[in-house]
Ligand binder design. Structure first.
Ligand SMILES: Nc1ncnc2c1ncn2[C@@H]1O[C@H](COP(=O)(O)OP(=O)(O)O)[C@@H](O)[C@H]1O
Ligand SMILES: [Mg+2]
Length: 284
């Protein structure tokens, strides 16, 4: 897998990983580094238990990975064996290298909806409130120049939802995974699907479905609109979510993804187009 990390960050995470393997008495099983936004290597503990050591880059999303996994205690998520939160490092039970991309996407959405029931527990107080996470985008988004490559109508729609959702008490209080898509659900040794790679916040279960819509679109080819709609309906029904609220959060997340891409240097126009296409599909 190609890495999204800069060579500098990759080197730094590699050094942290080596130091921790020594400190924790872990045996490295392969030179191959797994992970796209992080450094993941297969290891064995001094007791011979197969594990992986993950060291993540220091962004806001990865801040509470250890806390969230510890809180779930292996229910619906990978088991945490050890952690060094200061260094963004977690030692995890080794899972199979088989993820939900290999299931039919509709079946995969049902599996993920089943995981919500285990993962959506009351949030521990240390987690960032979802309203604070999204609230800081309101002003910059409202100030986006009118000639930016993001239709104003979509920006206004996102802002209207954001203002309602940020003011709503139901938008916080539940621990959400935040990035629960096909590649972040792996099979454990018993064949059960479990979540990895949480971007945990104190949020709202309706925040959760959107990554199922914008990931894995290569296979949608001709009928993207239908693919997105079927996935959305499947996950909303299977999880018993409120359809309008899940749609509102999906609109917010898709526009914010596009906004962040537009705002960053080297933005990828194809990515922005994809977000806007999914947005239209989920609203059609
Ligand atoms: N517990 C685990 N067991 C086996 N493989 C894992 C485990 N955790 C992560 N991986 C592998 O490493 C990849 C990256 O891990 P992940 O936590 O998703 O980080 P990121 O997506 O931020 O790079 C996963 O897609 C998977 O292939
Ligand atoms: Mg991942």
């Amino acid at each position: 897998m190609t890495s999204a990390l800069s060579p500098e960050t990759a080197r730094r995470l590699d050094a942290v990983s080596r130091a921790l393997r020594k400190q924790w008495g872990l045996r490295t099983e392969s030179d191959e580094v797994w992970g796209h936004h992080s450094h993941v290597v297969p290891v064995r503990t001094d007791e011979g238990i197969p594990a992986v050591l993950k060291v993540a880059a220091e962004d806001q999303e990865t801040e509470h990975e250890a806390l969230a996994l510890q809180h779930w205690g292996g229910r619906g998520a990978v088991r945490l064996l050890r952690a060094d939160p200061r260094r963004r490092a977690v030692l995890l039970e080794r899972l199979e290298r088989r993820d939900l991309s290999e299931e039919w996407d509709v079946r995969a959405c049902e599996e993920v909806a089943g995981l919500y029931r285990l993962l959506h527990v009351p949030a521990p107080p240390q987690l960032l409130p979802l309203t604070a996470y999204v609230g800081r985008f309101v002003d910059p988004l409202a100030g986006l120049p009118r000639d930016a490559p993001l239709p104003r109508r979509m920006v206004e729609q996102c802002l209207a939802h954001l203002r309602d959702l940020v003011a709503d008490d139901a938008s916080t209080g539940t621990m959400v995974h935040g990035d629960l898509h096909y590649e972040n659900v792996l099979a454990d040794r018993t064949g059960e699907w479990v979540a990895i790679d949480p971007h945990a916040m104190s949020g709202d279960p309706h925040w959760e479905p959107a990554p199922l819509l914008w990931n894995r679109l290569d296979e949608a080819r001709g009928d993207l609109r239908r693919t997105v709609r079927v996935r959305f309906e499947t996950v909303v029904d299977a999880a018993g979510l409120d359809e309008d609220r899940a749609r509102a959060w999906a609109v917010v997340r898709l526009v914010l993804n596009a906004f962040r891409a537009v705002r960053s240097d080297g933005s990828d126009p194809a990515y922005v187009t994809r977000m806007l296409t999914v947005l239209k599909a989920v609203q059609s």
